[in-house]
Design a protein around this ligand. Structure first.
Ligand SMILES: Nc1ncnc2c1ncn2[C@@H]1O[C@H](COP(=O)(O)OP(=O)(O)OP(=O)(O)O)[C@@H](O)[C@H]1O
Ligand SMILES: [Mg+2]
Length: 221
């Protein structure tokens, strides 16, 4: 695990060095996002390195991940509060790694899209003296007989009408779809909050990926 961690740090440093040389804001941001994604993976490896076997209580990953996202996005102009409810139970290291990246994307989306700049511009214009309520994001963990359900719920502007995850072309949801459906054999859906405003992003991972031989499959590194 130490070797993996060092490799991840090396990759992050390379990307940062490269980002510094770029002129284009978009390209710099893209590399910044990669550094953030690698950060989520490093976090799981750090936690796994402290445990004797290749399994981890997923909540142990979620909490530090939330702190990182909060620190990177929350500001007086953009107050976002993220809470965690429920318990995900123990998952194999590989699932924890994959789900950490997935969760990071869903959190990033809630922060990026649920509370758009228009609201912030209002505040910046000095019209209101900070009376607009901060946005909230809730992570709900639910370990059930049929698997693990992770929901990221926000009270933001909601997804566009007729929105379908299957058609989403952004990199974030493409990563989420590939990982959840391809690697974990699970399902992802984005739907409006039933009563009220906002979006629910729900990921389900089937039980057969959470127990059994996968739990023992060791990373050759
Ligand atoms: N919580 C949310 N609230 C409102 N809209 C959302 C939310 N999550 C996703 N969306 C919508 O889904 C689109 C696709 O998301 P996706 O993560 O794939 O791409 P992106 O965030 O635009 O770009 P990238 O992830 O590559 O930075 C977003 O542009 C946004 O319109
Ligand atoms: Mg995104």
């Amino acid at each position: 695990h130490h070797r993996v961690k060092n490799n991840l740090q090396t990759i992050s440093s390379l990307l940062r060095l490269q980002a510094r040389r770029l002129e284009g804001e978009e390209a710099r941001e893209a590399l910044g996002e990669s550094v953030r994604r690698i950060g989520a993976i490093s976090l799981v490896h750090e936690t796994l390195a402290q445990s004797a076997d290749d399994e981890v209580g997923f909540a142990e990953i979620v909490r530090p991940l939330v702190r990182v996202v909060e620190e990177s996005v929350s500001s007086p102009l953009r107050p976002v509060s993220i809470t965690v409810e429920g318990d995900a139970g123990v998952v194999p290291g590989q699932v924890a790694t994959t789900m950490a990246v997935v969760l990071t994307e869903l959190l990033q989306n809630a922060v990026d899209h649920a509370f758009p700049a228009a609201q912030l511009a209002d505040q910046e214009a000095g019209g209101t003296d900070g009376d607009s309520a901060p946005g909230w994001v809730r992570i709900q963990l639910d370990r059930r007989a049929d698997g693990l359900v992770v929901r990221v719920v926000d009270d933001g502007v909601g997804i566009p009408e007729g929105f379908d995850v299957a058609d989403a072309t952004g990199l974030g949801l493409t990563i989420v779809r590939t990982f959840v459906e391809g690697e974990l054999g699970g399902r992802i859906r984005l739907v409006p909050v039933e009563r009220g405003r906002g979006t629910v992003a729900e990921v389900w991972v089937p039980t057969n990926r959470l127990v059994g031989p996968w739990g023992d499959s060791r990373d050759p590194g």
